[in-house]
Design a protein around this ligand. Sequence first.
Ligand SMILES: Nc1ncnc2c1ncn2[C@@H]1O[C@H](COP(=O)(O)OP(=O)(O)OP(=O)(O)O)[C@@H](O)[C@H]1O
Length: 279
Amino acid sequence: MTGSDVMLRVSGLVKEFHGAGPGHRAARTTRAVDGVSFEIRQGQTLGLVGESGSGKSTVARCIVRLLRPTSGTVEFRGHDLASLGKRQLRGVRRDLQMVFQDPYASLDPRLTVNEIVAEPLRIHGRYRRGGTRRVRELLDMVGLRPEHANRYPHEFSGGQRQRIGIARALALEPRLLVLDEPVSALDVSIQAQVINLLRELQERLGLTYLFIAHDLDVVRHISDHVAVMRRGRIVENTDRQRLFDDPQHPYTQALLSAVPIKDPSQRGTKQRIVLDDQD
Ligand SMILES: Nc1ncnc2c1ncn2[C@@H]1O[C@H](COP(=O)(O)OP(=O)(O)OP(=O)(O)O)[C@@H](O)[C@H]1O
């Protein structure tokens, strides 16, 4: 894939963490991401899937610069993020927003919905002119009512809270959303509603998504391509149809045949997929 329609290009990304791990006296290095490369075209969705600890969140955090990569590059609309100055990076950060897994943790409980959604507008000096109208428009876009604006996060269900998180992420009219397990904490019926909302928003606003999940089922209906991650590496990256119809890597095959656990409270206990080290 070449040309200007590539929104995000990640090349040879490596991220190591240094420090003593639990039960280790000596300092040790964890290579959480070990040479990851992929591209996402404008308006498309790449599903990034792998079990817990495979490095998905670390990739996401490197992309939005919450973490500095050990090596490798992240290019957004042709610009290498590491080479940008402070001001340019601030501009890019507007176009590149993240939605987190846990809306309970990521929304400030002391702020009203109005304040939460308005915050990015205030930070970027866009609130004074038309901010109130913009917040109302954003709430409407995600299926919330105007009267929700004066309520606090605890007054909402999990699905509604994720809608608030999405409204906030959309406030600055981004081009790319990095969605890190955006529906993993939600019941299955609510997951479908939020995924449908994300699809509608993508079509309406021409958004590009990196959609992270540990469950292949979740990305099935939203991804154009799916990349499967295992132990810091991408073991398979292909278009959605091929991945589900004809998975090539034994790990992908194992993920596809694993019984999905629908109860969110049991997700952490999902069986680990054990493969030979050669795989
Ligand atoms: N700040 C950190 N310091 C040290 N090690 C870390 C840090 N963040 C992540 N790791 C380690 O990096 C590896 C990958 O973690 P990461 O959170 O990226 O995986 P993941 O696939 O997103 O899993 P999960 O869905 O459970 O978050 C794990 O071994 C994790 O313990």
